[in-house]
Design a protein around this ligand. Sequence first.
Ligand code: AN7
Length: 384
Amino acid sequence: MEGLALRLFKKSPVKEVAFTQKIKQLFNSPPNKNNWDGLIHAYKPWLPVTKKTPIITLKEGGTPLIEVKSISDRIGKGVRVYVKYDGLNPTGSFKDRGMTMAISKAKEDGCEAVICASTGNTSASAAAYASKGGMRAFVIIPDGYVAQGKLAQALVYGAEVLAIKGNFDKALDIVRELSNKYPITLVNSVNPYRLQGQKTAAFEIIENLGNAPDWLCIPMGNAGNISAYWMGFQEFFKAKKSKQLPRMMGFQASGSAPLVEGKSISNPETIATAIRIGNPVNKEKALIARESSKGNFSSVTDTEIINAYKILGREEGIFCEPASAASVAGLLKKKEDVPKNSTIVCVLTGNGLKDPDCAIENNDSVFHKSVDPEISSITKVMGF
Ligand code: AN7
């Protein structure tokens, strides 16, 4: 690069230095919010892409890591707690990290249609990236158990939505069979490119903290995300970008906790519909992550989930969906085990706006209805 600069600016040594510096800056500086072109662009050397891969992106990734004192204070012991707010991705969940990879690779292979089973977020993300990539998307969802925002997204992004009288596990069986029989690419987390994209969240956390955290608290459904994070943490550790590996602390809803109970659940139930999954496909990978990180899997009740959900909203200004709050609920439940002065990251996988029904029903705010449109009535209600 310096040679090129020299030839271009032979007659102007001053310009030459400035130019060389600029080029060096561009190549050495990590992407920031001003030159963020999505996670494939940011982490290309770590991802299975080539010059031929058409990059289908909505500029996902690069999400904030936010310190949450209200949670640290509830734990004490000099602990610092952060949330990785992945609900700020383009379609409002971490699924976009995996979907940019899965859809780009599907496009590279000449695929024209994709399919997924979903509790909601995967369908929203698949629909958006398929539309960006000029492909058809079919999504199969459990009828009546997908939050309104997610359903709205799949429809607006132009997917063909099929609601079945059955749960997510049944829907996944169906799409696996269909993708084997027909020329249609499966974009659930059994697609290995999904986890490749999702591992970049671990890279970002290490870059933000300058190291891996002591604990990573994360909700588990199909257990793809915990497996992806573990892959990302290991890759950066091996490359000496972090001094340690975190303990992987996975949390499930107590009515839907196959990985905690060690057996499939045929009728999973929880308010956190995103993780209403009874037979996780990435079970083996998740168990390896737990084992090799000396981690732990536990369950949290719907009441504990909603408690964490409310704290984040009221005390931090952070609105996540109930499934995401399971990571914070789990940390609060395990607070006795948290080591002194440790650094903990809880993953907030999805945006609260996804599930407005849950929000309206579960808050401690005062909502005055049918107030007369008169200053005197308003001030009376306000207590002035
Ligand atoms: C907000 O969208 O499975 O353990 O079909 O939407 O990787 O499955 C969603 C899962 C956590 C669990 N938080 O992640 C789907 C789907 C939110 C989620 C999970 C999901 P995995």
